[in-house]
Ligand binder design. Structure first.
Ligand code: FES
Ligand SMILES: [Fe+2]
Length: 353
């Protein structure tokens, strides 16, 4: 069955694979459309299952119970639920017409992916076959999806929020920027002078090179695929190391979004994979540390002004406007202005540039 809720239409990465061991784990995807919590567990053969985290008897969370013979045993009165949602009473046996809702799950790229509908298919993932997987991680951010996505859709904040990749305040004068929308896909390009920093040579970044960051945003579900290269000012590569970072934005509550990050690197030739694997722990540490700066600032904004009021868009904010439109159209599947008979007005945000 398909519906309007994002979780009915798209697979979302909902948990780091390594976090699901022998114990069931309860997850929240409320803002993506499931008001109930979901419990994930692994069967003895390692298969992943997902059911509603609520016992049909008297509502106890199944995730608080134990896993026995591939069934969840409710901690309250011992009713059992298997991976297909079938229920069994501890003394009287299988219970007729009593099934717990189940969800589609699979495992890839370091994450467990879930959709509520058995018809759903995972949307195309950027082709990473030529890349070395450096690691996957997640960062919960206490901020709404829109605000988090805004932050990851511009590099204007690099001199102020970040310390390593990208340019400093002086370099901001030489930044090249473009933005393009094709169908439901948004492409953004930034190129600016790479600042000097301690450890620059670890990332094989030459002095006086440019930080070239190209990304594509898609909304089925919400994700950005970044391609980061060291170039000259005209965009010609000047170093072999390239980074490919894919971030999924999963809204779990109205004011909470989890970003789930998959990071890949390339040195242009597969024989360097071992070297990249050796660089992986430090690369992931630096990348995560960099994104923690985004989290820190976003959470401060929300804590101090939960309703930020009107926004005065600037030179670099065209991607934000386009992303908000596509977010409403594709991810939330809201009716368009034409469909609801909306008259365009000069007060609309997209007219405020
Ligand atoms: S609430 Fe689960 S068995 Fe009673
Ligand atoms: Fe940032």
């Amino acid at each position: 069955m398909s519906g309007a809720r994002p979780i009915d239409r798209f697979f979302h990465p909902v948990l780091l694979s390594k976090k699901l061991k022998s114990k069931p784990v309860s997850i929240d995807v409320g803002s993506a459309g499931l008001p109930e919590r979901v419990v994930l567990f692994r069967t003895s053969k390692g298969k992943i299952a997902a059911t509603q985290d609520r016992c049909p008897h008297r509502g106890s969370p199944l995730s608080l119970g134990e896993l026995r013979n591939d069934e969840l045993v409710c901690p309250y009165h011992g009713w059992r639920v298997d991976r297909d949602g079938a229920t069994t009473h501890p003394t009287s046996g299988p219970i007729k017409k009593c099934r717990v809702p189940t969800y589609s799950v699979h495992e890839a790229d370091g994450f467990i992916w879930m959709a509520s509908s058995h018809l759903a298919r995972r949307a195309s993932f950027p082709d990473v076959s030529e890349w070395t997987h450096m690691g996957s991680y997640e960062i919960p951010i206490d901020a709404p999806l829109e605000l988090v996505l805004d932050n990851f859709n511009e590099d204007e904040h690099f001199p102020y929020v970040h310390k390593v990749l990208g340019w400093n305040e002086e370099g901001a004068h030489d930044v090249q920027f473009s933005c393009d929308v094709r169908g439901d896909e948004l492409s953004v390009n930034y190129r600016g002078p790479q600042r000097d920093f301690f450890g620059r040579s670890f990332f094989m970044l030459p002095k006086n090179g440019f930080f070239d960051n190209k990304w594509v945003v898609r909304f089925d579900p919400v994700r950005i695929s970044y391609l980061v290269t060291a170039t000259d000012c005209a965009g010609n590569p000047v170093a072999p190391l390239r980074q490919h970072v894919v971030i999924y934005f999963v809204p779990v509550q109205k004011h909470k979004t989890v970003i789930r990050v998959m990071q890949y690197s390339s040195l242009g030739n597969s024989r360097w994979r071992l070297l990249l694997k050796m660089m992986a722990p430090l690369t992931i540490m630096v990348s995560k540390w960099d994104l923690e700066h985004d989290k820190h600032l976003l959470e401060k904004i929300v804590a101090l002004s939960p309703d930020p009021g009107p926004i005065r868009y600037g030179t670099y904010d065209e991607p934000l406007l386009q992303a908000r439109k596509l977010l409403r159209k594709v991810y939330w599947a809201e009716p368009t202005r034409a469909e609801v008979g909306h008259e365009r007005s000069a007060q609309d945000p997209e007219f405020s540039l």
